[in-house]
Design a protein around this ligand. Structure first.
Ligand code: ATP
Ligand code: LTN
Length: 332
């Protein structure tokens, strides 16, 4: 079974990205039924909204170091940068020509993000899901580990794959989403009914993996909760406490049920202290490894291997797709 996933280098990687995506990649890399695993930096996706050139370069490098620091093993996972594999853009274009404006306009992420674009909404922000479909279909990926918010994009990917297969004959594997039960949707610390997002203008809303540990603890201690005083899991009436329970459950590998039992007589302050300490314990070793890696030649070594492997697979596939569509001259 082949797996692929990517994250945009669009800012500080958050605890949401970690628990919803990266931590699962690390678990999955050891599964015997996974024969091939590709994880990339979705830099072409990042430019669907304005990016500062220098910050983008820095964020790309930082995301690669973060992948490794969180425990992705380059012996088991091919790590690469999307823009270093031109076939992503090539397939993205072909899929754009097979997608409908209406179905792209219905994407919730597009609807949310377009509201925030003061300088105009780029065409790329609308067509982004067809590029994402290209990322996945290019490698005949069987499954895609992502957080809950990407489910709709994966459904569109499946639709585009089936539409293409019907029109041109069997070409793409139709992929399955792989959404973890716990941590698939970590919420904002300041508005716990909203997703924790790295592009939130309020840094108190998210925990960045590289935040100073004292700041991490402070953010958790001041997370918005309710005044009911009871520790219970109820995402509708107690979104803040439920979110902290989810976070604690993920970082301690303990079920929410057991945590609710454990904290039934505690007050919010004791509970928040424990969440703060548990998150700190998870992040400290990651930060240490990150600092060792960020300026090491290891990053280029890993990225060169990943780039070559991904290009090898992707170029074979794009040649087949060109032949199916009738582009250019026939190749063998
Ligand atoms: P942006 O705010 O720039 O849109 P983001 O923080 O939503 O970014 P992405 O790069 O879009 O992050 O997502 C990378 C991966 O992390 C995806 O698999 C996504 O589902 C997952 N993810 C993002 N935010 C969360 C969250 N709050 N909880 C769980 N998973 C998340
Ligand atoms: N759309 C994703 C990032 C992403 C991705 C992908 C994830 C781009 N291409 C392919 C999985 C597979 C996001 O914004 N979170």
């Amino acid at each position: 079974m082949r797996l692929i996933s990517g994250i945009q280098p669009s800012g500080n990687i958050t605890l949401g990205n970690y628990l919803g995506a990266i931590k699962n990649f690390v678990k999955l890399q050891d599964r015997e039924d996974i024969t091939d695993f590709l994880v990339f930096v979705a830099d072409m996706h990042a430019i669907t909204v304005p990016q500062d050139k220098q910050a983008l370069r820095q964020n790309i490098k930082s995301l690669v170091a973060t992948y490794l620091a969180c425990g992705l093993n380059p012996e088991k996972v091919h790590i690469f940068i999307q823009s270093e594999v031109p076939a992503h853009a090539q397939l993205g274009w072909i899929l754009q020509c097979n997608g409908y404006i209406g179905e792209l306009e219905r994407m919730t992420q597009f609807k949310d993000k377009k509201e925030k674009q003061v300088a105009g909404v780029s065409v790329g922000l609308l067509t982004y899901p067809s590029l994402m479909a290209g990322d996945i279909l290019l490698y005949d990926s069987d499954a895609v580990p992502v957080g809950q918010d990407q489910k709709q994009h994966l459904e569109l990917t499946r639709t585009l794959a089936e539409r293409f297969n019907n029109k041109y004959g069997d070409t793409f594997v139709v992929p399955e989403p792989f959404i973890a039960e716990a941590g698939a949707k970590v919420m904002s610390l300041t508005e716990p009914t909203k997703k924790m997002s790295k592009s939130d203008p309020n840094p108190k809303a998210y925990i960045a993996l590289l935040d100073d540990i004292n700041i991490v603890k402070k953010k958790i201690r001041s997370a918005v909760t309710d005044s009911d005083g009871k520790i219970a899991y109820d995402t509708v009436n107690k979104p803040g406490i439920s979110n902290l329970l989810t976070i604690l459950s993920c970082v301690t590998n303990t079920s929410i049920k057991d945590l609710v039992e454990k904290y039934k007589d505690s007050n919010y302050q004791q509970f928040k202290d424990d969440v703060a300490n548990a998150v700190a314990l998870e992040l400290e070793p990651i930060q240490k490894r990150y600092n060792e890696l960020i300026n090491s030649p290891k990053l280029d070594e890993v990225l060169n291997e990943g780039r070559d492997y991904a290009n090898y697979l992707a170029n074979k596939k794009i040649a087949k797709v060109y032949n199916k569509v009738g582009l250019g001259r026939k190749t063998k």
